[in-house]
Design a protein around this ligand. Structure first.
Ligand code: PLP
Length: 378
């Protein structure tokens, strides 16, 4: 493969995926395989190009595809496969690499939205990776996405699309985004996070602030101002965040290991090896609602993703809105029980989280990893 190591910066990670797929010049209904444990905006990037998303269920232990199922799903229409890093758990590169050897004409792209800066071995077979710098990610500038191209044969096409089809973000919007970053940095603490999240959501919905996904996107239509470059106003912030990246990852790694040791008996089937600095630490709970309330009462910042195989849609929304989603039981089971706790929080908060996790352990709320059965739940 003619190599590239070029990076392209966009307003969001989903745009990076869209541009990569666009550069492949595929025909209507060509198939793109992706895990049914993702964000609806990822599937939308496929749909906006009139391609067909093929959702595959995930393995309940590894959160990866079942590789036999993946092989069975490949056919003449398959043009690209998305390998996903979930929470910092890396895709199984070796298995994907064998597949790439078997199907060299299929493009492999990693959704590394959760893993900016994580060095990975054995991923040189990939045609591209994309990252996100949205609020909850490894480094954040509020919004942002990067396409890291590996396949040099696509470079010219992507250069052309980037130069000719992408817009700059309007000055007012990029200023608002810049200010939002400072607001976020100085006014949001772990203690008020969940409350401020609601305030922000209200402001986004009323167009007073810039949010991640518009109503149109949640209704699967392409919003205006989708094909937008990364705002210049955020470049300085991005550089500052990048300088702190190595310490950031080391810190997340230490915290992930603390949680892992605490919960070891529940994680016998899921190892941390080869994974460095999880973005957030996923835990399965029997009663997700109960635990969310407990976290809220104790001002613990947590993530509810993924609420469904196409976050943030609900299962009902998927059923009546999303045309070729079919039932993916492992993923749906996991989504019904999964919450994640932060790995980049201060020591005081970690102590508080550990106390609550121990309480939940005593209350038998924690489900051992890999014990949600394929058919039905335990
Ligand atoms: C797994 C995954 N992929 C892709 C995205 C989309 O990234 P962005 O919001 O930058 O478009 C997200 C967003 O949270 C994500 O969690």
């Amino acid at each position: 493969m003619n190599k590239s190591n070029k990076q392209y910066f966009f307003l969001k990670g989903r745009v990076a995926l869209y541009i990569f797929l666009k550069a492949l010049k595929l025909k209507k209904d060509d198939e793109i395989i992706l895990p049914a444990f993702t964000c609806v905006v990822v599937a939308n990037a496929i749909k906006y190009l009139d391609l067909k998303p093929i959702f595959l269920d995930i393995d309940p232990i590894t959160l990866q595809y079942d590789f036999q199922e993946l092989k069975n799903a490949i056919n003449d229409e398959t043009k690209a496969i998305i390998c996903q890093n979930s929470f910092g758990y890396q895709p199984y590169y070796n298995e994907f690499k064998y597949l790439k050897e078997e199907y060299p004409h299929i493009y492999f792209i990693e959704d590394a939205a959760h893993a900016y800066g994580v060095k990975s071995k054995n991923d040189d077979f990939l045609d591209a990776k994309f990252y996100s710098m949205q609020w909850s990610k490894m480094i954040t500038t509020g919004l942002g996405g990067i396409l890291e191209l590996r396949n040099g044969t696509l470079e010219k096409r992507i250069d052309d699309i980037y130069e000719n089809e992408l817009e700059e973000l309007k000055t007012t919007k990029s200023t608002v985004l810049f200010l939002q970053n400072y607001f976020y940095k100085y006014f949001i603490t772990d203690n008020n996070y969940m409350f401020m999240k609601k305030v922000f959501q209200f402001l986004y919905t009323n167009n007073l602030m810039i949010g991640s996904s518009s109503k149109e996107e949640l209704n699967m239509s392409m919003p205006q101002n989708y094909l937008v470059k990364y705002p210049k106003s955020l470049v300085h912030l991005f550089n500052l965040e990048t300088k702190k990246l190595s310490d950031n990852l080391k810190y997340r790694d230490r915290v992930s290991k603390i949680y892992f040791r605490l919960l070891k008996k529940y994680y016998l089937k899921l190892e941390l090896k080869d994974n460095f600095g999880l973005l957030t630490f996923p835990i399965l709970f029997k009663d997700k609602k109960y635990v969310e309330n407990l976290f809220l009462e104790n001002s613990i910042r947590y993530g509810d993703w993924f609420v469904s195989p196409l976050h943030p849609l609900t299962m009902e929304e998927i059923d009546y809105k999303y045309f070729n989603y079919h039932k993916c039981e492992n993923s749906e089971n996991i989504c019904n029980h999964i919450l994640n706790i932060p790995t980049n929080t201060k020591v005081g908060n970690i102590k508080k989280i550990i106390k609550i996790i121990k309480q939940l352990d005593r209350e038998k709320q924690i489900i051992p990893w890999g014990s949600l059965e394929k058919l039905g739940e335990k």
